[in-house]
Design a protein around this ligand. Structure first.
Ligand code: ZN
Length: 515
């Protein structure tokens, strides 16, 4: 077993025995493949001098948008004629995207659920001690065994970079955030794997920096709040014990470590297009061993903080358990604290009394809902009885239209209540007329559509009236019904013309009734 590849990397705080090679490293070619990159051998190394291996223009204009960025769409780049002769070609403001392969790099390409790093590439003068120019690495992708930097290059820069000396530098804030989350995921999964939880991690996912979104591990069931607290406590204990983390590297196909002392999870399965490379196992002292290609802190103490979000629901099927850790956890808790203040201000309480205040408010709200329902029932009865008097009066002939304009009773349940009271008053037999009731609700100044309900004990009559109104209101009616009961929403303004339409219809229907 050896700990270094030649040439050795610059010194950092990473312990010398962090990466452990379980194969003969003397034959490893100088161009580092994914699995042996400097960022994977020493996760704390922030910059590195190296040489450009290959350069070509990228086929894409921008790096793939990482998860969680969908809502923050960048301004689309100006269109570019890719194969133009340069004459009349529309200049893209931001220049072109190049694919740059370096002999070695501190920039991690995406992998194992960990999003790619970003950073800078500085071109150095031939003596290698002065920066000539600097380019932004907007992303980095793994292409089989190669790590490919996506570099933004202004127009006019020539591509004769091959063999040139460069200094490559990782965006450290982004790396710290994403590495903390990834290391924490291994820790949390390891804690959940064993008693008393005994829950395998089915999958995991995180959003790229600077998202505040909480990453998750997917489990076969939801944790209880008590379990979430216990899992968090166990993780925090291991962080406090500053458990050591190291990486075993073996040749793909000749992995070591299948001694059966710890089962491996399926989370870190090797991608299908990664062949002929190395297999990396991340070990957490006394805790876990798992295949992983990401960058992992050399000690749990770097994580500082992990917070398992207490679940609000229970589930016995596959469920996401959210958590946050490291610098993201700090930002998350800052944001949560500000939200708590705002929420307390909204309901006019102190932060400490917020839950109590909300509980009281919720009780009052439920009481108010009950009271409203009961009052609406009363009003529906009252309006229904008025409809009965009108329908059974000498002019009514069983046909009535109840027009409502109150926002507080603007719902089908209320209209249905009136209609039921009305129709029930006629009884199944005995009355000579077949009653029909049209109800509308069109509160003035309201943006919601007008509600229209047609109900009759005569199914054909209800159907006919519904058809006629639908036709007269020309495509503005959405809804349906059957068996003597039709409910619709009428789009657009309800005004004089619509009122006349129904008045005329009622008059006509009454005229047809022979009493
Ligand atoms: Zn991993």
């Amino acid at each position: 077993m050896t700990y270094t590849l030649d040439p050795p990397l610059p010194a950092s705080a990473t312990p010398k025995d962090y990466t452990r090679f379980h194969f003969d490293t003397s034959q490893v070619p100088p161009k580092r493949i994914v699995g042996l990159l400097a960022c994977q051998r020493d996760p704390l190394l922030r910059s590195l001098r190296t040489t450009v291996h290959a350069v070509r223009e990228a086929q894409i204009r921008a790096p793939p948008i990482p998860k969680g960025k969908a809502g923050i769409k960048k301004k689309p780049a100006a269109p570019v004629v890719v194969n133009g002769d340069g004459l009349g070609e529309k200049k893209e403001e931001k220049g072109k995207l190049w694919e740059v392969e370096l002999v070695d790099t501190v920039i991690f390409p995406e992998g194992g659920g960990q999003p790619f790093d970003t950073g800078l590439i500085h071109l150095l003068d031939p003596n290698g001690d002065k920066r000539i120019s600097t380019f932004v690495v907007e992303g980095c992708l793994r292409k089989q065994l190669d790590s490919v930097h996506l570099v933004r290059v202004p127009d006019g820069v020539t591509g004769d970079w091959e063999g040139k000396e460069v200094e490559v530098e990782v965006d450290w804030d982004r790396r710290m955030d994403q590495m903390s989350i990834h290391s924490s995921q291994h820790l949390l999964s390891a804690v959940l794997d064993v008693a008393p939880f005994n829950l395998n991690t089915l999958s995991w996912s995180m959003h790229a920096y600077p998202s505040l979104e909480t990453p998750y591990v997917e489990l076969s069931r939801a944790l209880t709040q008590a379990e979430a607290i216990a899992a968090e406590k166990r993780c925090m204990d291991l962080i406090a014990e500053a458990k050591k983390v190291w990486i075993d590297v073996s040749i793909q196909g000749g992995e070591i470590g299948h001694s059966g002392e710890m089962d491996e999870r399926n989370v870190g399965v090797i991608p299908k297009d990664y062949n002929g490379g190395v297999i990396r196992h991340v070990n957490i002292q006394d805790t876990d061993r798992n295949a992983c290609c990401g960058t992992q802190y050399p000690s749990l103490s770097y994580l500082g903080l992990i917070h398992v979000i207490p679940p609000t629901t229970t589930s016995t099927s596959a469920t996401k358990l959210y958590f946050t850790a490291g610098p993201r956890a700090v930002r998350y808790l800052q944001a949560a604290s500000r939200t708590l203040t705002t929420a307390a201000q909204v309901v006019g309480s102190g932060r400490a009394d917020l839950v109590e205040k909300l509980e009281r408010t919720e009780v009052q709200r439920k009481e108010a809902v009950d009271a409203t329902r009961s009052l609406k029932g009363e009003v529906a009865k009252f309006v229904g009885e008025m409809a009965v008097r009108e329908g059974k009066g000498s002019e009514g002939k069983g046909i009535v239209w109840i027009k409502r304009e109150e926002k507080s009773t603007h719902d089908f349940e209320f209209l249905g209540g009136i209609s039921t009271i009305y129709l029930q008053s006629f009884g199944p037999e005995g009355d000579k007329v077949k009653p029909l009731i049209i109800t509308t609700s069109s509160p003035p100044m309201s943006v919601t559509p007008t509600l229209l309900m047609i109900q009759s004990t005569d199914q054909d009559l209800a159907k006919e009236v519904n058809e006629r109104l639908k036709k007269a209101l020309e495509g503005r009616v959405k809804g349906g019904g059957a068996k003597g009961r039709y409910m619709s929403k009428v789009e657009g303004k309800w005004g004089k013309a619509e009122n006349i339409l129904i008045e005329e219809l009622v008059k006509e229907l009454r005229g047809k009734v022979e009493v």
